[in-house]
Ligand binder design. Sequence first.
Ligand code: DQA
Length: 145
Amino acid sequence: MIKILVLHGPNLNLLGLREPDVYGRVTLDDINEHLNELARSRDATLTILQSNHEGILIDAIQDARTWANGILINPGGLTHTSVALRDAISAVALPAVEAHLSNVYAREPFRHHSYIAPVCVGSIAGFGWRSYTLGLTALLDAIGK
Ligand code: DQA
């Protein structure tokens, strides 16, 4: 059984309420349900965590070193600011996929740079909640290779 850590960064707990024109009306619980359904069909199990705190996300990544086969992460705003989050992913050396609901490249210039992307297998952005299921599919395929 493949084990995946799914991380949702700051403010993603507000999905459904937060800027619905940008992020849609789907809630984080809905997204997690879609992900769990996909995981079941692929014989994988997910451990899912949302936090507004950088250190909690880093602790979860470090802990994943001992049990996970890969990481699916939407780092939220930390994408564009966090060297520490990037270093944690790099340190544990697990395959990681970065997912964004919105097309960050079609938004403000400060969203065009990701500190996280270079330490990931790949990134998916712009497909709403489907970015997560596309990301999980890509991650499981990459792990299965
Ligand atoms: C986001 C994009 C980020 O720029 C933003 O700060 C978020 C959400 C996305 O999923 O589109 O919080 O990661």
